[in-house]
Ligand binder design. Structure first.
Ligand code: ADP
Ligand code: NG1
Length: 471
């Protein structure tokens, strides 16, 4: 494992030959009658293994993908944040930098610009500038939204980077990743930080083993015959539009508190499995046994938990739940906890095998991915019939696959051995899976199912206008 030492976000010349960048600059010019001062690029990501474990404090193995969020930005003197999107389905919005609100409510999920505002708020609260700067922004994105490839965090992380640059905050990757993870929670979801970490710490050609506290990334070189394919189920699932994601987060926290109580640890202050594990000094396997011993019920009702923790309803709602889970009555603690420990054991094995690259490494990795999907389906209940179907087809072709990201829709990531196999697999899916799905009609299937390679983390590009305006 190589520790990725470089600390600062790269600042480069704008790639004028890139079609999307020139379209973005053109759009910016039409909107604001000037050229942008700088451009920010931030990738989406695919998580290879380690799903729903980051918010429990355990490592994950994502890599950045080719699809990105691009922002063209210039400072504005009127204290306003002017936000436009190249895609007309995302309506323009403007607000005052000194007084805006991020209300995450709405049954279709928060409006797009609120993700951008999370990033602005994150930097303003971190740097506390005496005079926050207004800005003009145009966004261009091609990460499929609400599909588990981290489009939302790419918007938030790009916004953090652009706001940091505008406010002269040092562009230290780890710091910006942490700010991005914290501020995306203004949207209401309690993510663990994987998406924002890889957004900044990604390296071309390698997946990253991401660990927490302190946040760090180590490059993992994957076997050279390993080809990762992303296949979109075309079932969208916006994380902030339902309580499903946060329900899983609080189930893990409750499971952790309950185990803490059983092991005489201060349960009020211990809500992440990794913290509890550190305190009691158990191995991952011993944590699994602890779950088997103490979390014996299939379901825990709210009433039962009030009794176990000896607390009243107000305390429970205020301190142990989130806004959108405040009415939850039933909690599956055993199943969620078992998934987290077993998945974390799989991450460890996956890294060991990928690193040693002995004969049969790819087959072992494929098997771990299959097991991961099964666990997400059965224990974590975050799959979708279309994801299951994709995994089933993959199995039948000797390809190991699993859902990636939060689930309930979105994409699978599949591991194929060699380019020939991946081409055969992609063609098979195009014909036999996408051929039967209404949402695929009229779509460019090359954007729906494709092989992917690890890309670089976030970057900032200067345009000619930058030098005059930013000093
Ligand atoms: P994901 O798994 O892709 O992060 P989320 O449900 O968390 O899914 O976030 C999806 C939301 O992110 C979209 O509904 C939209 O508000 C925002 N988003 C994603 N891509 C874009 C884009 N290109 N332009 C504007 N907003 C975007
Ligand atoms: P997606 O669905 O890709 O946005 C979410 C969380 C991650 C992680 C995964 C599940 C956010 C912003 N992202 O990812 O932190 O918990 O689910 O492994 O909440």
């Amino acid at each position: 494992m190589i520790d990725c030492g470089d600390t600062f976000v790269q600042i480069l010349e704008a790639p004028t030959k890139c079609m999307r960048v020139s379209q973005l600059v053109k759009h910016f010019r039409n909107e604001f009658n000037r050229i942008p001062s700088f451009i920010v690029r931030c990738s989406g990501r695919v998580n290879l293994i380690g799903e729903h474990v980051d918010y429990c404090g355990y490592p994950v193995l994502p890599m950045a993908i080719e699809q990105t969020i691009l922002l063209a930005v210039a400072p504005s003197d009127d204290n306003l944040i002017h936000m436009k999107n190249i895609d007309p389905k995302y309506k323009p919005f403007k607000c005052n930098i000194n007084s805006f609100d991020i209300d995450p409510s709405g049954s279709c999920g928060p409006e797009w610009y609120k993700y951008f505002l999370c990033g602005v708020k994150g930097i303003v609260e971190y740097a506390k500038p005496s005079k926050p700067k207004g800005m003009m922004v145009v966004l261009s994105g091609n990460i499929p939204p609400a599909s588990g490839l981290s489009s939302s965090s790419a918007v938030v992380s790009a916004s953090v980077l652009c706001s940091a640059y505008l406010h002269h905050v040092p562009l230290v990757k780890q710091t910006l990743a942490t700010i991005s993870a914290d501020c995306e929670r203004y949207i209401g979801t309690q993510g663990g930080g994987m998406d924002q970490a890889i957004a900044y710490l990604a390296k071309q050609g390698c997946a990253q083993f991401i660990e927490w506290e302190p946040l760090r990334a180590s490059s993992i070189t994957l076997p050279k015959d390993a080809v990762f394919v992303i296949a979109n189920s075309l079932a969208v699932a916006n994380k902030a539009a339902t309580s499903d994601f946060n329900q899983r987060v609080i189930e893990c926290r409750l499971a952790c508190r309950l185990l803490a109580k059983k092991t005489q640890v201060n349960w009020r202050e211990t809500w992440r499995f990794s913290d509890l594990q550190n305190i009691i000094g158990f191995t991952m396997e011993e944590m699994e046994t602890l779950v088997e011993e103490h979390l014996t019920q299939q379901d825990y009702s709210r009433q039962e938990l009030l009794g176990i923790f000896e607390i009243d309803k107000e305390d429970f709602v205020q301190n142990l739940l989130t806004n959108n889970t405040r009415d939850a009555q039933s909690f599956k603690l055993r199943q969620r906890a078992l998934h987290v420990f077993q998945e974390s054991i799989r991450v460890r094995k996956f890294i060991e095998v990928a690193e040693h690259q002995t004969d049969g490494a790819i087959q072992v990795m494929q098997q771990l991915m299959r097991q991961s999907h099964e666990s997400l389906k059965i224990l974590y209940e975050c799959s979708h019939p279309r994801l299951d179907k994709l995994v089933e087809i993959s199995d039948s072709m000797n390809v190991g696959a699993r859902l990636t990201g939060a689930g309930w829709g979105g994409c699978i990531v599949a591991l194929c051995e060699g380019n020939e196999k991946s081409a055969e697999y992609i063609n098979y899916l195009k014909e036999h899976f996408y051929g039967c799905i209404l949402e695929s009609q009229g779509r460019n299937l090359d954007e729906v199912v494709f092989a992917t390679n690890p890309q670089r983390g976030a970057e900032l590009y200067l345009t000619d206008a930058t030098r005059n305006i930013m000093e």
